[in-house]
Design a protein around this ligand. Structure first.
Ligand code: ARG
Length: 463
């Protein structure tokens, strides 16, 4: 054996301390204490039931674990940073309390299947918490949709004013995105809902364990099929990151619209004072910081997905210590999406819509161009022909700094004889009411959609 040159060198002794810092995960995996203890309780009950350890010892270990849980929750647990992780800390404490019998807890278990279990339990709970917050966000959007069922705004394509739409319709578009997010989180929960304990370090165990019993105790729907896969699988975390990044993108798109709409250029909305800040040198400013931060934090959610993909890429079977790097990015994404969702409903509820400006925006633009083309189609022209006519009409209007409603009938008729006085009846309101297709912006369609959205919110089966 090599003696190692480091032994006599004080610089290397310092290095040793850094080495244990480098391998330690305690400062973040202590968050898993509840899951870790719940997993141990189920495991030790099973060991007792199967006669792998005496029932009396199982009972002692369980009461030791309960008292450790209390210590952690009351803040009296003596954390030992020199012990690498949450699992070792709990096991050592159990030893302090019970003596050698504590060592029996880890019979038929490895930290490899233990950490996989803890994470899966944590992810399942996280999904539930996020889904509840998404529900609240959807409720807020529904309220906004109900309040603004008569408000017309320009709908945009290419960020160019395109056709009039109800503001409610716009808000309900986000309701759909968040509905899909909830479905996504439900799938994440399903992918985490597989119980890995009993896989051992990688190859299974030489004890007569009862995995189904542990799964049932811990509320898992199934047990893992392959022990090698079970200790190295982090797909459920990838699914979590992917759902969270997607949800973040929805939040970010909405944030972007709120930022735009509250700018002086749009002036469609004003955000509640609690959700804007002033500038230190420009007294006139009310900056939409909350929406901006939500948009910015989405970058982290995407980054965390890529970070885990990169950790997993190229890992040989089975457990590799690289996998310890799965946790910080996961906790970060979980905390970030929760923080964003927690402020977002309140921020939306604080919105004030400047109806005068939204109205003006629909009057001033050329939003009714498609309706004019449709009008000519109703007179028997082909859509292509009427499109050409209205294009020319649009050029004329722009050149003369007018709006369609300011044109005289004879001006219209210079472009087509099919125009008659009925053309003056085309308004943003008629444009909206004509769009009666399912999923369209006509008031009756949007009202029906609101009714359905309420039902969908109550329905536990997502669609
Ligand atoms: N702290 C480790 C992790 O998070 C726990 C599993 C350790 N397993 C091992 N064989 N060193 O992945």
């Amino acid at each position: 054996m090599s003696s190692g040159v480091e032994s006599n060198n004080p610089e290397f002794r310092k290095l040793n301390i850094q080495i244990s810092d480098f391998t330690s995960s305690l400062h973040y995996d202590r968050r898993l204490y509840k899951q870790d203890i719940a997993g141990s309780l189920a495991h030790v009950s099973m060991l007792g039931k199967q006669g792998i350890i005496p029932n009396e010892e199982a009972r002692q270990i369980k009461s030791g674990l309960h008292s450790i849980l209390t210590e952690i929750e009351e803040g009296t647990f003596p954390w030992r940073t020199e012990l690498e992780d949450i699992h070792m800390n709990i096991e050592r404490r159990l030893f302090d309390k019970l003596g050698p019998v504590a060592g029996k807890l880890h019979t038929g278990r490895s930290r490899n299947d233990q950490i996989a279990l803890d994470l899966r339990m944590y992810v399942k709970e996280s999904c539930e918490g996020i889904t509840k917050r998404l529900d609240l966000l959807q409720k807020t959007l529904l309220e906004l949709a109900e309040t603004h069922i008569q408000t017309i705004i320009p709908g945009y394509t290419h960020l160019q004013r395109a056709q009039p739409v109800l503001l409610s319709h716009h808000f309900l578009a986000y309701f759909e995105m968040f509905q899909r997010d909830k479905i996504r989180y439900e799938r994440v929960k399903d992918s985490a809902d597989v119980m890995p304990l009993g896989s051992g370090a990688l190859a299974g165990l030489p004890y007569p364990i009862d995995r189904e019993y542990v799964a049932k105790k811990l509320d898992f729907s199934s047990i893992s099929e392959n022990s090698m896969d079970a200790v190295s699988d982090r797909d459920f975390l990838l699914d979590f990151h992917s759902a969270t990044a997607t949800c973040g993108i929805h939040i970010s798109r909405l944030s972007e619209e709120l930022v735009l709409w509250s700018s002086e250029e749009f002036s469609f909305i004003t955000m509640g004072d609690d959700y804007t800040t002033g500038s230190s040198i420009m007294p006139q400013k009310r900056n939409p910081d909350f929406a901006e931060l939500a948009r910015g934090k989405t970058g982290r959610l995407i980054g965390n997905l890529v970070a885990l993909l990169t950790v997993l890429k190229g890992l040989p079977l089975t457990y590799n210590r690289d996998l310890q790097e799965d946790k910080e990015s996961f906790f970060d994404s979980d905390d970030t999406i929760v923080a964003i969702l927690d402020i977002f409903s309140g921020m939306l509820a604080s919105l004030h819509v400047n109806e005068e400006n939204t109205h003006l925006a629909t009057e001033k633009g050329l939003l009714l161009a498609t309706d004019l083309a449709d009008y000519l189609v109703a007179k028997g022209l082909t859509f292509r022909k009427s499109h050409t006519i209205v294009s020319k009409l649009t050029d004329y209007v722009l050149e003369h700094h007018k709006t369609f409603s300011e044109l005289t009938l004879s001006e219209y008729q210079e472009f087509s004889n099919e125009f008659d006085s009925e053309v003056f009846k085309i308004t943003p309101e008629t444009s909206i009411e004509n769009r009666q297709t399912y999923g369209g912006t006509a008031t009756s369609m949007v009202s029906d959609s609101i009714v359905r959205a309420h039902k969908r919110l109550k329905n536990t089966k997502l669609n």
